[in-house]
Ligand binder design. Structure first.
Ligand code: F0G
Length: 419
């Protein structure tokens, strides 16, 4: 199995070009990175990973944002809107309330289009340009479509997005629309959209930029690199645990890959690798089911439902890359109710951190695991919040205070305030 923190590094194959190649995680077959459009293994259809001749150490990194880490990426520069370098917030009140040694919030909602997807797109759209394709496509619960539309338009390329009708938050559709994507509203859920867009990509109709695309995950790897660097600066150690919301499990796979590469380069000790801890909504928790049952494969859920529409996903396509990451780092996965998600969204808002529901799943999951004693009081934990509050204004308004009507004169306002 090539997905192991302690795997031996293999010699670069003949297909390696510019220091990188693609490798199948199932059969180990290798491919040149930019010679053809390819999302999965030609031979066994397994997921592909980008592999490198040289692996990064912390000293190699310079500059800001995602491209600070270009020595760990397949290209030197990309189609950028200044993504990355997101804040890692201290939250002393929440830290005490949850009862852990240290708690930090990595707020990916502070990216240009308001979610972590920008990190994947700055790389993925640049690779698309390298490959010479002209139309980009994705299925999306919303954020991927917003990011693809923005980065596609910046690169001067056509974009096509397939969204589950009626299940995408308003802010995300507005973004895809204004950035000029063609928006197809599919009468089905996200997983059905992804099936269709994969078919379209296989027929050469468009270049697929969902997280099945191995280049996108390279950009998302930088979340892990930023967290480690920031924690080393902050408290001189890497965190014990990173808690993150899970949909397609792309981030889980990407963070695991970041840590694997650092371990292989000798920049991170095996015993210091943070425990990857995934959180899903109860109504869409196939990864949690697989972790709890110690299963090798994830069962596709055909019916999924949650207020956290971003993670309303029943078929996590990156599970083969993410499950080993959760297991091997000593992490776990947990599901939370929509009410717990909304409570956590309010908790974060109370610290001035505005996130969309899916993002709050990380804090909700941490609370639950702490209450169960799975997370211990001496742990240093980072919760990843993946998208901005304004992505889903309806959910925010429903979770927050109602506006109070008052007359248009001071006396009337004062009277109202005294009531
Ligand atoms: N959080 C937010 C806000 C998301 O938009 C997503 C995924 C996730 C978490 C899950 O991340 O897939 O890496 O496990 N959104 C995708 C989309 C599916 O279409 O925007 P993952």
């Amino acid at each position: 199995m090539s997905l192991s923190l302690s795997a031996e590094r293999r010699e670069p194959p003949a297909e390696a070009a510019d220091g990188a190649w693609l490798e199948c995680i199932e059969c180990g077959d290798t491919f040149a990175p930019f010679d053809a459009v390819r999302y999965t293994c030609d031979d066994c259809d397994g997921l592909l990973e980008v592999r490198y001749t040289d692996l990064p150490s912390f000293d190699d990194f310079s500059g800001d944002g995602v491209w600070r880490y270009n020595t760990a990426l397949p290209l030197e520069s990309g189609v950028t809107i200044q993504e990355g370098s997101t804040p890692l917030y201290r939250v002393p009140r929440l830290e005490e309330d949850v009862g852990v040694e240290a708690l930090r919030i990595k707020h990916e909602g502070m990216n240009p289009t308001g979610s972590f997807k920008d990190r994947g797109m700055t790389v993925g759209v640049a690779v698309a340009r390298e490959l010479g394709v002209d139309r980009l496509a994705c299925a999306s619960t919303g954020n991927t479509s917003a990011a693809l539309a923005a980065y596609g338009s910046r690169a001067g390329m056509q974009t096509l997005v397939l969204l589950p009708a009626g299940k995408v938050a308003a802010g995300k559709v507005a973004q895809a629309s204004l950035h000029g994507a063609r928006i197809l509203e599919v009468d089905g859920n996200f997983d059905a959209c992804l099936d269709i867009v994969q078919d379209l990509a296989a027929r050469g109709e468009a270049y697929l930029l969902n997280s099945l695309n191995p280049f996108r995950l390279e950009g998302q790897k930088t979340i892990g690199l930023e967290i480690l660097e920031a924690c080393l600066d902050d408290y001189d150690a890497v965190p014990d645990r990173i808690v993150l919301p899970v949909g397609n499990a792309g981030n889980t796979a990407a963070l695991y890959k970041a840590f694997r590469e650092l371990v292989q380069s000798g920049a991170l000790a095996l015993e210091d690798v943070p425990k990857l801890t995934g959180v899903q909504a109860e109504g869409a928790a196939p990864m949690v089911e697989a972790v709890e049952n110690d299963a090798d494969e994830v069962r596709r859920w055909d019916e999924v439902e949650t207020r956290a529409t971003a993670i309303r996903i029943g078929n996590p396509v990156n599970a083969p890359k993410a499950l080993p990451g959760i297991r091997e780092t000593g992490g776990t996965a947990v599901s939370v109710t929509d009410e717990e998600i909304t409570d956590a969204q309010r908790d974060l808002a109370g610290e001035g951190i505005g996130v969309e529901p899916a993002s709050a799943a990380s804090l909700a999951g941490l609370r639950k695991l702490r209450a169960e004693g799975v997370v211990e009081s001496d742990e240093r934990v980072v919760c990843l919040t993946t998208g901005h509050l304004l992505k889903d204004p309806d959910a925010a308004a429903a979770a927050g205070n109602d506006p109070e009507p008052v007359p248009a004169e001071t006396e009337g306002v004062l009277e109202h305030l005294q009531r």
